[in-house]
Design a protein around this ligand. Sequence first.
Ligand code: AMP
Ligand code: ZN
Length: 466
Amino acid sequence: MKIFNTMTRQKEEFVPLNPNEVKMYVCGPTVYDFFHIGNARTFVVFDTVRRYFEYRGYKVDFIQNFTDIDDKMINRANKEGTTVSELGNKYIDEYYKDADNLHIERATCNPRATEFMDEIIKFISDLIDKGYAYEVEGDVYFNTKSFEKYGKLSGQNLDDLKAGARIDVDERKKEPMDFAVWKKQKEGEPGWESPWGIGRPGWHIECSCMASKLLGDTIDIHAGGMDLVFPHHENEIAQSEARSGKKFANYWMHSAYLNINNKKMSKSLNNFFTTREILDRYDAEVVRMFLLSAQYRTPLNFSEELLDSAKLSMERLYNSIGNLENLLNEVKSDEITEEERKYKASIEKYKEKFIEKMDDDFNTADAISTIFELVKDINININVNSSREIVKYLLDLIRGLGKPLGILQKSTVTSLEDEIEKLIQERQEARKNRDFKLADKIRDDLKARGIILEDTPEGVRWKLQD
Ligand code: AMP
Ligand code: ZN
């Protein structure tokens, strides 16, 4: 398998630290709000990377943190009149709801920065003892000059960086690029006891500390969105390697942005859709199909048209799956024929191609196209005269290729609940378009089936007739 390593700017063969194992750390969300569909791209991408490693037989130790203490958390908690810790609890719950709904597999562990305070303080003490960090009036800074390779990930050196940082130079720092690893408590802020007085950790130190605590000093893969290359990951490398004297991560992976009108989707630009509102309108597999329709290092533009086209693509794939499932009941013979054996062998090329594409730095775009090629071939060649064995084999093959992408895992039999919800939505749509005849027809048809609709201030509810 080949992975594009941001550190070396080239694709490299993946060689794990331990055979058949992957130790992976992904920078997770700051839990001060719902996450948007831009964040979701990064989460889905690395969930897919993890799933694909599992598909290829690796055991994956997958850590994704929650940043539950920083300026954004403090400001938001003050605004909502709650504590930072309550705010964190609330949005961690909301994160799990959306992430589960998006079929993002649960991490091996989601550490919270505030639960690692002792370890973070110890980490900072080690840096001070080794001469890599210094205290000034209750703040602690990392001394960038002391770490010779500072800038290696983002391809900059201290002089370039200094030139760009003239403004706002803090006199108390030894170097303009020195960054806080511990921040003295300000009024109204939460704080923890430390050898430097009451304060809180900087953002970068939490990831360095939790990664080493949970995975060891050297890990296989460290990942996040592109915006994290500098300064977050650069600073993580400096802290981690200064302390341990070892290489921090063998591969650095960064996913490109989900844009909207060619600008990064972000909270600060207020140009975002929450994942929740998108999931209210589109099925999770459709959203994943859209997010994986571009290779992860290619920018992707958000648009309803693309989501609608992902929806159509999914429908095409499920039509074929549904047809094959129906054939299982309709075929006349059980056993595979000689000719079908040959067909089965010829079909292997699609699976090989899928693996080849995914092995090439997780090219989900081409991997998805390969599934379409496979399905097209099957649609042409399989029918009621095929054997149950070959139909079953092909069904398993399609669903099996969908698994690492987190798609094609749904049952094709729709539940009564889903069907009613769909009809209710169609009725709402009809009412919006002032097509009351259609709206009434949908209601009457449901009534004839013993299902009563009630219009309430919270929306339309349904119940079974007594
Ligand atoms: P945050 O909560 O802002 O720290 O973001 C959590 C993760 O989402 C980080 O890995 C970010 O790099 C990533 N991210 C933020 N905005 C986008 C975007 N528009 N597209 C893709 N990833 C993003
Ligand atoms: Zn991080």
